[in-house]
Design a protein around this ligand. Structure first.
Ligand SMILES: [Zn+2]
Ligand SMILES: [Zn+2]
Ligand SMILES: [Zn+2]
Length: 145
């Protein structure tokens, strides 16, 4: 009895994993990624395969490039492709968008407390990527923002 129940459960799991059709352009490799549930995101940002950072660091010291030269930053962003921490477009150096442009890494996520949005520099849209988890402790902005 117990064994038969277990067997049925396993069968259902297998069906759930393989039962979803691989629809969408270029998405046959990304099986059941959570963002695929939102058709709007599918239609607007095609760079989900650039998301390599799915676990945010526990804490960061600040914008890496600003720290290196002693400049202040306002808000912190993290590159979801390589994990580089940069500063926002309201910061004097705009390191996050410069990194995206120079290194071809399109997606960043905000590291500000309580903010979970991401941004695609290529498509110029904001989006929430549920597969990116965690919360990062950041120091206060040197600019007081
Ligand atoms: Zn995109
Ligand atoms: Zn910076
Ligand atoms: Zn990067």
């Amino acid at each position: 009895m117990t064994q038969r129940l277990l067997g049925r459960d396993r069968e259902r799991e297998v069906l759930d994993q393989n039962g979803e059709p691989g629809d969408g352009p270029g998405c046959s490799r990304a099986r059941s990624a959570p963002w695929r549930r939102d058709p709007d995101l599918m239609a607007t940002c095609s760079h989900m395969d650039h998301v390599k950072i799915t676990e945010l660091p526990a804490s960061v010291a600040g914008c890496e490039d600003c720290l290196a030269v002693g400049d202040p930053w306002l808000h912190l962003r993290i590159c979801l492709e390589c994990g580089k921490v940069g500063c926002c477009d309201d910061s004097p150096n705009r390191h996050a968008s410069r990194h995206a442009r120079e290194d071809g890494h399109p997606l960043i996520r905000s590291l500000e407390p309580g903010e979970t949005w991401s941004w695609c520099f290529v498509d110029e849209i904001g989006l929430v990527i549920p597969s990116v988890r965690g919360e990062t402790r950041i120091p206060p902005s040197p600019m007081g923002g």
